[in-house]
Ligand binder design. Structure first.
Ligand code: SF4
Ligand code: SF4
Length: 440
């Protein structure tokens, strides 16, 4: 079986061994959960409950009438204690619903989500996905009901299940593919029915041989193919995954659906099973808790709204003082300013780094070695874009295609002079976005 990949990329120290062998542990919430009303790309939800209301697990507690939006639900049963701004993983306050847990975990009586997808219309399945608050759980939280419902002229030929999990330290997709294989395959079948796709590719990096073996032994139908990928960062980036698996290139400014592909995350697929079979919306997710400062790294199945502090405590606390806390992976994740922020739909992992793991370096002059150019998976010139940004030359940054940068951080990772490449390119992108908005 051939191993597929893309051109460029880097091989960081993966550190998966800290978590990839331990079975998923299920945790329940503490005395309260904090449910932010914004956990997706799009418009923030309005609360549907008020202080003092009793809510059940799976009850819709926030929603908004906007095209790009996704409702939020209670992850425990109990009483709404407050609706107020609380610190979120983005470092800003977000209006949130705080629920006092009554520890009975009483489920909502009828969520209206359960159904036989083979007998449902396309519109009915999409409505379930919307009502269940399912969003892309591997990245930015793009609402899934929009992703799986492209314009009518876009014919979807392939589904790709993104099991690459190329970020170092993270193992939640790995353990989920291994321990919840049937639910994942159920989700794939729903997506194939919905989109009329001819084939699904389950794309898995070859550092997960147990997952690849298990799937191959299952003798899947011809329409579902297991595709081993070279272990290389950023293999899970949508455009690179599509190129590696199908050979198709998503042009600049276009979406995967424009080349007939929909890419989905593992946990997102399992959310379809939970909605259609259990009648439960997206109220829990699997989170990798790792890093050198954590006593017992592992993968945990947790309710949304549990705080990072509670999660680290469940993982045995810290064995040394953490120097840096990150939500997500170390390459693209976001550094956190507090442990008192809640797990949301897009929290794939939380990492606590020791001083050594989290060390930062001062910049040195560029050596013109070209290593950043060699590794850039988008074939950009990161050094030149960063220099243009530093000189406030937005025109040049635009001409160098700064907007094509996927912010993978491979250039910064590989730079021997520790130049702040991705940081400057991000700045260039936001400047160019502002300029484009002003032009409009
Ligand atoms: S320029 Fe952007 S896409 Fe290229 S390596 Fe750097 S961060 Fe990744
Ligand atoms: S990798 Fe660093 S030192 Fe080498 S050319 Fe790029 S910016 Fe310069």
């Amino acid at each position: 079986m051939s191993i597929k990949t893309f051109k460029g990329g880097v091989h960081p120290n993966y550190m998966k061994q800290l978590t990839n062998k331990s079975p998923i542990q299920v945790l329940e919430a503490g005395a309260e959960v904090v449910i932010p009303l914004l956990q997706h790309i799009g418009k923030i939800c309005e609360p549907l409950v008020k202080k003092g209301d009793y809510v059940r697990v799976g009850q819709k507690i926030g929603d908004v009438d906007a095209f790009v939006s996704s409702p939020v639900h209670a992850s425990v049963s109990g009483t709404v204690k407050a609706i107020e701004p609380r610190l979120s993983n983005g470092g800003v306050n977000v209006n949130s619903i705080i629920i006092e847990n009554d520890f009975t975990y009483t489920p909502v009586e009828d969520s209206g989500l359960m159904g036989d997808y083979e007998r449902m219309t396309k519109e009915e399945i999409i409505e379930v996905i919307h009502s269940a608050g399912i969003v892309g759980m591997g990245g930015a939280g793009f609402p899934m009901h929009i992703k799986v419902n492209p314009p009518k002229d876009k014919i979807i030929k392939y589904i790709i299940l993104n099991g690459a999990e190329c970020e170092p330290y993270l193992s939640s997709d790995h353990r989920t593919m291994l321990e919840h294989t049937e639910e994942m395959l159920f989700g794939i079948n729903v997506l194939m029915t919905l989109s009329n796709a001819r084939r699904t590719f389950i794309a898995v990096e070859d550092n997960k041989p147990d997952v690849i073996d298990k799937l191959l032994k299952m003798k899947l139908p011809y329409s579902i193919e297991v595709v081993p990928l070279e272990t290389k960062y950023p293999q899970g980036s949508e455009k690179h995954l599509i190129k590696a698996v199908t050979g198709l290139e998503v042009p600049h400014g276009k979406l995967p659906a424009d080349v007939g592909v929909i890419v989905n995350n593992v946990d997102t697929c399992i959310s379809l099973y939970n909605a259609l079979i259990k009648g439960m919306p997206l109220v829990r997710r699997r989170v990798t808790v790792s890093g050198g400062a954590v006593a017992n790294p592992g993968v945990y199945d947790v309710p949304i709204g549990m705080t990072f502090r509670e999660l680290f405590e469940a993982a045995g606390g810290f064995k040394s003082e953490p120097a840096k806390i990150i939500m997500g992976g170390p390459m693209m994740g976001a550094a956190q300013v507090s442990l008192d922020v809640p797990v949301v739909k897009t929290t794939s992992g939380i990492l606590a780094f020791t001083k050594k793991e989290g060390r930062t370096y001062g910049e040195s002059p560029c050596l013109r070695c070209g290593k950043c150019v060699d590794v850039c998976p988008m074939h950009l010139m990161p050094n030149a874009i960063a220099t243009a940004t530093r000189l406030n030359d937005n025109d040049k940054a635009e001409k160098l295609h700064a907007m094509d940068c996927v912010e993978c951080g491979s250039c910064s990772y590989t730079c021997p002079s520790h130049r702040y490449l991705v940081e400057r390119i991000r700045l260039a992108k936001s400047r160019l976005q502002i300029i484009a908005a002003k032009r409009k």
